[in-house]
Design a binder for this molecule. Structure first.
Ligand code: GLN
Length: 490
């Protein structure tokens, strides 16, 4: 059961091979046995999950089930869920029970999916290793001494260890794609504005976007179909006709299914940034794509080398503004003892935020302050525009861009924790995509030293369906995505 695709699970539920209550119990049981080792979940609440499963079973019995009705899903603890502790991985929100549902949560609820639990994450989604969480690090199911990636590391570890059939994540600079790569999953960041950010705790609002983390592109399409859609409560949500993100997946296969597809290979992705083992597997995947009929063209993204620097001005700037709301007054942590209002603010924030969050808030406040705004913030915005133009030029020559997702496989816990710049460089291949607002997906493409390697596919705006289809064709021809860590088989 735990290796079945979401479509197969939906069929098993529809034909009464299994009930949603049984399926939910199966996963709750796996969580109680394996989560202590992995620390992938912050909150599980079997009573709520099973009540939702019972409601799903009734809906299925009435013949009103959809593709996700009765399927348990794990959600990153960045999404507000009514009646659930919603911490964003922070001590600041360690006492916050959300009074309302985020748009993403509400959409899955409407689809009849079961909320299986809230997953661990880097504090306020700031990190690439899940080590900044107030709830402790998550371990990589492939190698427990290694990080699962971040910031959606709990979701990635949960799906990789089969503690959930699929999960959600958010991606501000790579936080869906990088943990997908490090845990052998398929993870997609959609075009900015496709999924509503309402009720998703804000980190850097011009970059944040939610997306699916699953075992295959086909599963990601099922999740994205439920997640995407206009929401007037998010001013950056896009009003577009509904589309089926699985449309390029559910078509008949041909001998050369990708004939006519032009894959762009940016010189900047194939320099000396990636480790040799990773680059070798990326090259092999590109050769597979040629066998599937795609042609490759050389493209260039000359400003990409500035993306990490620009991101670490823009993202902290936006974070410093967004996180100003955590002041100990309205909700969240309040210092138990203080002299006056100012002291209450500063003590509450000093106690509530961890070191990485404080570092970002200091950087963000600095770059936005009078005298530095032009030198740093405006300059970074100009670079952002150049990066977007680079992609626009590249997409005049190709349909999909391919490269590595992460420069290395999963690193050891603690290995980069003391060196923020090394940590920030984990995202050299993913951040430009967020700065440009484009969709990107990471898919498994092999193993180096027993650890998974991810291949990144980047599409033009709103090209999610084609990206998912391009990923799916590769997954039809290869078995990397089917590999799973065997220590959680029981
Ligand atoms: N690792 C990046 C950061 O620390 C991206 C995180 C994310 O995408 N949420 O900001």
């Amino acid at each position: 059961m735990i290796e079945r695709s979401l479509a197969d699970l939906a069929r098993a539920l529809a034909t009464k091979e299994i009930s949603s209550v049984e399926l939910t119990r199966l996963y709750l049981d796996r969580i109680s046995r394996h989560n202590p080792q992995l620390n992938a979940f912050i909150t599980v609440d079997p009573a709520i999950s099973l009540a939702q499963a019972r409601a799903a079973d009734e809906r299925l019995a009435r013949g009103e089930g959809g593709p996700l009705t009765g399927i348990p899903l794990a959600h990153k603890d960045i999404f507000c869920a009514q009646g659930w502790l919603t911490t964003c991985g922070s001590r600041m929100l360690s006492n916050f029970v959300s009074p309302y549902d985020a748009a993403v949560i509400a959409r899955f609820k409407a689809a009849g999916a079961v909320l299986l639990g809230k997953t661990n994450m880097d504090e306020f989604a700031m990190g690439s290793s899940n080590e900044t969480s107030f709830y402790g690090p998550v371990r990589n199911p492939w190698e427990l001494n290694c990080v699962p990636g971040g910031s959606s590391g709990g979701s990635a570890a949960a799906v990789a260890a089969r503690l959930a059939p699929a999960a959600t994540g958010t991606d501000t600079g790579g936080s869906i794609r990088q943990p997908a790569a490090l845990c052998n999953l398929t993870g997609m960041k959609p075009t900015y504005g496709v999924v509503s950010r309402y009720g998703m705790i804000a980190f850097a609002s011009s970059l944040d976007q939610a997306g699916p983390l699953a075992r295959s592109a086909a599963d990601c399409a099922v999740l994205l179909n439920a997640m995407a859609g206009f929401d007037e409560r998010d001013s950056t949500s896009l009003e577009r006709p509904t589309e089926d993100y699985g449309r390029d997946i559910n078509t008949a296969t041909a001998d050369k299914p990708l004939a006519g597809l032009r894959i762009g290979l940016p010189a900047e992705f194939f320099g000396d940034g990636g480790s040799p083992e990773v680059m070798q597997l990326v090259d092999a995947a590109i050769a597979d794509y040629r066998r599937l009929g795609a042609e490759t063209v050389a493209v260039s993204l000359p400003s990409m080398s500035l993306s990490v620097a620009a991101y670490y001005v823009i993202a902290p700037a936006e974070a410093s503004s967004n996180l100003a709301r955590f002041d100990g007054v309205r909700y969240g942590h309040r210092a138990p003892q203080y002299r006056d209002l100012d002291d209450m603010y500063s003590k509450s924030r000093a106690q509530g935020f961890g070191a990485e969050v404080k570092r970002r808030l200091l950087i963000g406040t600095y770059v936005l302050s009078h005298g530095y705004y032009d030198a740093y913030y405006l300059q970074a915005q100009r670079i952002r525009r150049l990066i977007a133009s680079d992609f626009a030029a590249a997409f005049r020559q190709c349909d999909v861009i391919i490269g590595p997702t992460s420069p290395s496989t999963a690193f050891r816990l603690g290995e980069k924790a003391a060196d923020p710049v090394q940590m920030y460089l984990s995202d050299i291949y993913t951040i430009a995509v967020n700065l440009a607002g484009l969709p990107g997906i990471s898919i498994p493409c092999g193993f180096a030293g027993g650890l998974p390697v991810g291949l990144q596919l980047i599409g033009n705006y709103f090209d999610e369906a084609r990206l998912l289809g391009t990923a799916h064709r590769y997954q039809q021809a290869t078995t990397w995505h089917l590999q799973h860590p065997d220590q959680f088989d029981d």
